[in-house]
Design a protein around this ligand. Sequence first.
Ligand code: KG4
Ligand code: ZN
Length: 343
Amino acid sequence: MQNPVTILAIESSCDDTSAAVMVNERVISNIVANQEVHVQYGGVVPELASRSHQANIVPVVDEALRTAKIQKNTLDAVAFTQGPGLLGSLLVGSTFAKGLALGLDKPLIAVNHMEAHILAHFIDGSNVVENMGKPEFPFLCLTVSGGHTQLVLVKSHLEFEVLGETLDDAAGEAFDKGAKLLGLEYPGGPLIDQLAETGNPEAFRFAAPRIEGYNFSFSGLKTSLLYFLQAELKKDKNFITHHLHDLAASYRRVIIRTLTEKLVYTAKKLDIPRVALAGGVSANRLLRREMIRIAGEKNWKIFIPQLAYCTDNAAMIGIAAYYKYQAGIFAGQDTTAQARMHL
Ligand code: KG4
Ligand code: ZN
């Protein structure tokens, strides 16, 4: 039995302030404060995000510790998201974590947000697919979020190789921008997903971007939706309301098909029968259903995190920090937040 390692983790890369307490791979508490302020602007306003993080961080950390019934001085380490993300937002979390670690005289651990999305698969009880447990190495992970679309070969808890990524918009961005064209609130991804459930995916055809190899491209799809809507709205000014569910279903299908086809292509090419989904867009119902179906057909292992560990959360920062702790990888007080950071 390994000694229990208790880590307080903080995530503040975009518009959710989150703090979690982990003991090894187990979540003891995971508190997320969503920022409603951005809805009225139709997207995340970086300056407002930093201010909200500043207002939220003390109560969120406090609640994470209280829920976990943990005293600060019993922590083994303090972890934070170093990047990638919005610089102002990252600065709030990183400065707070550094101050706390210094005050408590505890080790500090800096975590890459994209690694954390992938490592969420190792949180106890994270996988929703029955009897699948945790992934064995190497496995393929499709990380799809508001800012990233990456196909990653995961070789260990500390070694990642990005095989392909988006050349322009991320999958989540494609959802959110499409939703905006349909007049839906930000973030539109979950709304499109919900509307699509009762729509006909065959109703309309949008241009599916096809890129050779392991990369993706989504910006053409949003333009295809835009031109289509412009033409139809000239004929019927209520076209969107009349066909909202079918539009959502047809648009969703193109994005999800592009993602699943690429994941299947890569798994076959590398002969790796273990595939995983991560990031906010992995909450998508069609993506989850399709990957479970495909994996079942091909007899592949499939790993899909609970919804709470798909979208941004601090538990995933905590699990990533745990492996760094085990490997003795700590950060100094001179570690700075990085808006851009590679795997
Ligand atoms: O990982 P995440 O919470 O934050 C980033 O690091 O970006 O991902 C947020 C993204 C947003 O673009 C949001 O619209 C999308 O995930 N998203 C979804 C769904 N739930 C969240 N997209 C499609 N279907 C969903 N159910
Ligand atoms: Zn994220």
